[in-house]
Structures are given as structure tokens and as C-alpha cells.
Design a protein around this ligand. Sequence first.
Ligand code: PBG
Length: 327
Amino acid sequence: MELIKRPRRLRGSEVLRKMVRETRVDKASLIYPMFVKEGSGIIEEIPTMPGQYRYSVDTCGEILLKLQDRGVNNVMFFGIPDHKDEVGSGAYDPDGIVQKALRKARKDFPGMYLITDVCMCEYTSHGHCGVLCGEYVDNDRTLELLAKTALSHVEAGADMVAPSDMMDGRVLAIRKCLDEAGHVTTPIMSYAVKYASAFYGPFRDAAGSAPAFGDRKSYQMDFHNSREGIKEALMDVEEGADIIMVKPAMSYLDMVAKVKEAVKVPVAAYSVSGEYAMVKAGASLGYIEEDRIVAEMAASVYRAGCDIYLTYFAPEIARMIDEGRIG
Ligand code: PBG
């Protein structure tokens, strides 16, 4: 047999496979999303996200310590307030839950990189991502409150803010507000390409943020669309976004690849709660092998072009990197 080209040559051993690997997964690019809740002494498992917990400010150090030990240095905070109202005032309260968690984490974990999700839906009584005008989410009035929220996060110690509301013009509004307050060096990671997705189901249970009526389709994107996502990404870069995020991840890797081509800033992908829940459910039934699935999902995100990966599996991925099973 005269075969000159034999792709299998490069697959002959683990050492060689690792040498020629095209995609590297590293801990420095992982971000772990976590939930902080009002109260004390709380470490409560989220029923639809087994292995993920809601922490109160006094207990969240436990998970931060674990992350630090594993070499995961970056976290994203979501807040679960005690009180919700029409205008989501808990989001921009200087003593709001995220602000308190930030101050505590900043003090106890000075080396950690603290990112916050900037949105109203966990704080509004109606569960929408902005203030309402009738049943419509009022874009321009919401911008002011988002900017106020972002500023209060930065003042409480956030290193980076990540608006996830999908209002038009929010990146510019936040950038201007931060700059006017002197925070010109604080980066904005925009959830620019965020689809209206059923994959957020478990998150809404976790954060109690499901909309009381209707859905989020008037602000989050239609999942049939691709070019619209590029438009969103380009607009947010124009408005000053430093990092562009695609969300969810697994069913949207085409968008990761396209956005990576279209923009010249780092690209992040968020493997959301539904992706986590599916893996956990499948694994608990014995239908799939959790670790191997998690490793493949992670590598695929980077292979598609991501620079940054937000995932509830960040500690497990870090462990697998240490074990030499992915990397
Ligand atoms: C807030 C927000 C959501 C998620 C991140 N930020 C929920 C939503 O848009 O309904 C989802 C995260 C996840 O599912 O893991 N708007």
C-alpha cells in the first residue's frame, strides 16, 4: 500500500497527540458564575442545578476558597435579593446583595477577579430585565438604571461589569457613566449575542427571576438569527464593549466562530444553566459520562474560537486540567 499521507501518524501516542493539539484549555480563561443571596449561614443547593449552591455573603468564601485552590481566579456574581419592586431598586442599592458580596470578597480574596452580571430581572417584581411601560420594557428609562447598577458594582469593588439585559445602547450608557465617575479602566464584557433561550430555565429557578408575564423575546434575540448577532456584536464594540459574549454556548458555536471573525476583541461564551442541568441529569441516570462530556464541551467552545469560557463546571475543568485529561 503506497500511502504517503497518513493522518493517523499524529495520533499514535498521548504525548504526540498533546504535542499537535490545536486547542488549549487553560484555567486563566475560565469564569465561574455564582449566586449570592440575602441572609446568613446559607449554603443551599439549587434543585435544578445539582452541585450548585446559593450562598449568603458570610458563606460565599467557602466556594471562593475552593476555586482559588483549584486555580480558578475569576468569578461572576449574580444576586438574589430579599425584596423586589417595580423598578428593581435592589440592583443599584449601595447595600444591595451583590454590592455586599463584592465588598466581602474584595477584602477576603484580594487576588480574585470579580465580575458582575448587570441586569434588573432578579430585582424586579415582574421579573423583566428593565422597567415597564405598560407591558413593554422601556428601553431608554432602563439604561439609566443599568448604568447606576454598574457604577454601584464598581464602587463596591467589581473589576469588570457584564450587562446581560439586552437593552439597546446599554454598553454606551454604562461606559459613559463609569467614565464620568473616573472608572475609565474598568472593562465591560457585553452579553452582546444573547438569545431568548429555554436553556436559561434552571437559572430562573436558581435566581427566582422568571418573568411574571410574557417572555423575553422583545429584547433577547430570536434563535433563528445569525446576522443579527453579528450586528449586535459590532454595535456593542462601537459602544465601547471590551469583550463580546455569546450565550448560550453549546447550541450557538456557529455564532462563536462568526463573531470571532467579525470583531477584534476577545470573545467569551457562556455555557448556561440548562447545559449544566442536562449534563447533570444525563450523568445521574448513567446515560453519559459526566467528566468526558464536560471536557468535550469545553474544548469545543475554545475550538470554535472562544478566548473566555463561563461555566458552572469551571472547578471540574480545572481539576481535569491538573489531571492531564484536558488542556
Ligand atoms: C440575567 C441573566 C440570565 C442569565 C444570565 N444573566 C437569565 C435570563 O436572561 O433569563 C442566564 C444564565 C444561565 O442560564 O446560566 N438576565
